[in-house]
Design a protein around this ligand. Structure first.
Ligand SMILES: *[C@@H]1O[C@H](CO)[C@@H](O)[C@H](O)[C@H]1NC(C)=O
Ligand SMILES: *[C@@H]1O[C@H](CO)[C@@H](O)[C@H](O)[C@H]1NC(C)=O
Ligand SMILES: *[C@@H]1O[C@H](CO)[C@@H](O)[C@H](O)[C@H]1NC(C)=O
Ligand SMILES: *[C@@H]1O[C@H](CO)[C@@H](O)[C@H](O)[C@H]1NC(C)=O
Length: 390
C-alpha cells in the first residue's frame, strides 16, 4: 500500500506544505535499472546512466548531497556500477584520443562520463594510478582548447563545426564544475566560473521570448523548435552545476551565479508546465515539441522535467510546480510496462518521431532513476521538518 506523502518545509518564518504523489515500487525500479544497464551504449547514455546510478544508489557521492566534496567511498558506499562505467571507458580509450570516447562527432557528449572518471580518480586506493586523472585532464583540455567556439565563446556541441545544442548543458558544464570543485583554489574557481559561463552563453543563444529553449542553433542546419528533451537537458544540467557550486567550499564566491541558475531553471519549468496536457489527450505529459500543437506525448522528457521539478521544490522550498509534477509522475508510472521499459518515449536519435514498438530509450530509463532519486530526496526533507504532519 502506498500513501501520499505530505511534505512540510520550514524556511525562515514561512512554512509551506504540500502533498507529493506516491513514488515508484522498488521492483519496478530494479527492472528499470536492469534495462538501463543493458541498453546504454552511446557516450551520453553512459554518462547519464553513471549520474543516475550515483544519485539513486550512492546519494552521498552525488552533487545533490551537502557532503559531496571530497567524495568518499566505504564498504557500503562503493559505487561499483558507476566506477565500472568509468573503467570500461578508460580501458577502451585509444591513447591518442583527448576525448573520453573518440570519433563521436559530438564534442559535448563524451564529457558526460567525465564526472564518473573524476570520481574514480579521487576515490581509488592506488594514488599512483594516473590513468583516470590523465583521461579527465585530456577531456577538459579538449573542451577548452580544441573544440570550436562561437563568437560569444560558447563551446560547440560538435567537433567539426560550431553548433550549439541544448543537450550540451547536461553533458559538459556539470563535468567542468565538478572538476573545478575537486581542484579547489583559484584554478578550480576559474573552472567553476567557466561551467556557469557556458550555461549562460547557451541560454543567451537558445532561449527565446517564450521562455523555452530551441534545440539546435548555428552550423549547417538548425532545429528551432522547443524540443522537450532539450529543455529538460538544459534545466537538469544547470541544476547539477548549481548543486556542484552550492556544495563546494568556495560556494560563497558564486552567490549571484547560483541565483541566476535557479532563475534560469525556473524559467524553463514555468514555460514547460504551462503546456502540460496540451489538447488534453494524455493527462500529465509534455509533448515532444513542448508548444507544438501537432506534436505527440513524450514520456522521456516529461520524466526528466519532473525530476528537476521535485529537486527544485526541495532546494527552493516551493510547491509552485508540485501539482504539475504529481500529475506527470502518475502518468509516468502508468507508462512503465511490466518488463520495466518506459513506453511512449520519443526516439532519442531522430528527435522527431515516437519510438516504434519494441524500441526503447536508454536515456528515458536513466531519467526514471533520476526521478526516483529526486522524489526520495524531497520525501526525506520531511524528516528534517520541525512541523509535525497532520
Ligand atoms: C558494494 O556495496 C553494496 C551495497 O552497499 C554491497 O551490497 C556490495 O557487497 C559491495 N560490494 C563490494 C565489492 O564491496
Ligand atoms: C577495468 O577494465 C578492464 C578492461 O575491461 C578489466 O580488465 C579490469 O578488470 C577492470 N578493472 C576493474 C577494477 O574493474
Ligand atoms: C586525481 O586525484 C589526485 C589525488 O589522488 C589529484 O591530485 C589529481 O589532481 C586528480 N586529478 C584530477 C584531474 O582531478
Ligand atoms: C545554496 O543554495 C541555496 C538555494 O539557492 C542558497 O539559499 C544558499 O545560500 C546556497 N549556499 C551557498 C553556500 O552558497
Amino acid at each position: 500500500m502506498r500513501f501520499w506523502i505530505s511534505i512540510f518545509l520550514t524556511a525562515a518564518c514561512l512554512v509551506s506544505s504540500f502533498d507529493i504523489h506516491p513514488g515508484f515500487a522498488e521492483d519496478t525500479i530494479d527492472r528499470v535499472r536492469h534495462n538501463l544497464i543493458q541498453s546504454a551504449e552511446k557516450s551520453w547514455e553512459l554518462g547519464t546512466a553513471a549520474e543516475a546510478l550515483t544519485e539513486l544508489y550512492w546519494p552521498t557521492l552525488s552533487v545533490f548531497h551537502k557532503k559531496a566534496f571530497p567524495p568518499l567511498l566505504s564498504a557500503k558506499v562503493n559505487a561499483t556500477d558507476v566506477l565500472s562505467i568509468a573503467n570500461a571507458t578508460i580501458s577502451a580509450k585509444p591513447a591518442d584520443s583527448m576525448s573520453l570516447i573518440p570519433n563521436q562527432g559530438s564534442a559535448g557528449d563524451p564529457a558526460s562520463i567525465g564526472v564518473a572518471v573524476l570520481l574514480a580518480n579521487w576515490t581509488q586506493g592506488n594514488r599512483l594510478n594516473d590513468r583516470y586523472s590523465k583521461a579527465a585532464a585530456d577531456q577538459l583540455k579538449y573542451l577548452l582548447n580544441n573544440v570550436p567556439k562561437s563568437e560569444s565563446g560558447a563551446i560547440s556541441h560538435r567537433t567539426d563545426e560550431t553548433q550549439l545544442w541544448a543537450d550540451f548543458v547536461y553533458m559538459a558544464p556539470p563535468f567542468i564544475a565538478y572538476y573545478g570543485v575537486l581542484q579547489g583554489n583559484a584554478d578550480g574557481r576559474a573552472l567553476m566560473q567557466i561551467a556557469y559561463d557556458q550555461c549562460k552563453l547557451y541560454r543567451d543563444a537558445l532561449r527565446d521570448e517564450s521562455g523555452l529553449w530551441k534545440h539546435v542553433v548555428l552550423g549547417t542546419w538548425q532545429d528551432n523548435e522547443h524540443w522537450a528533451t532539450g529543455n529538460a537537458w538544459a534545466a537538469a544540467g544547470m541544476l547539477r552545476v548549481h548543486q556542484t557550486l552550492n556544495h563546494s567550499s568556495q560556494a560563497h564566491h558564486f552567490a549571484t551565479q547560483q541565483s541566476d541558475l535557479i532563475q534560469w531553471i525556473d524559467e524553463i519549468l514555468k514555460a514547460s508546465w504551462s503546456h502540460q496536457n496540451y489538447q488534453q489527450t494524455e493527462d500529465g505529459g509534455l509533448r515532444n515539441v513542448i508548444d507544438g500543437p501537432k506534436s505527440y506525448l513524450d514520456t522521456s522528457s516529461t520524466t526528466l522535467m519532473t525530476s528537476v521539478t521535485y529537486r527544485m521544490a526541495a532546494i527552493r522550498d516551493t510547491a509552485e510546480f508540485i501539482p504539475a509534477a504529481n500529475r506527470a509522475l502518475g502518468l509516468i508510472q502508468r507508462k512503465i510496462d511490466t518488463q520495466g521499459w518506459l513506453q511512449d518515449a520519443t526516439n532519442p536519435y531522430t528527435f522527431d518521431q515516437p519510438l516504434s514498438n519494441g524500441e526503447h530509450s536508454p536515456e528515458g530509463q536513466a531519467f526514471i532513476l533520476l526521478l526516483h532519486a529526486a522524489w526520495k530526496g524531497l520525501a526525506e526533507t520531511k524528516k528534517h521538518s520541525h512541523v509535525p504532519p497532520v
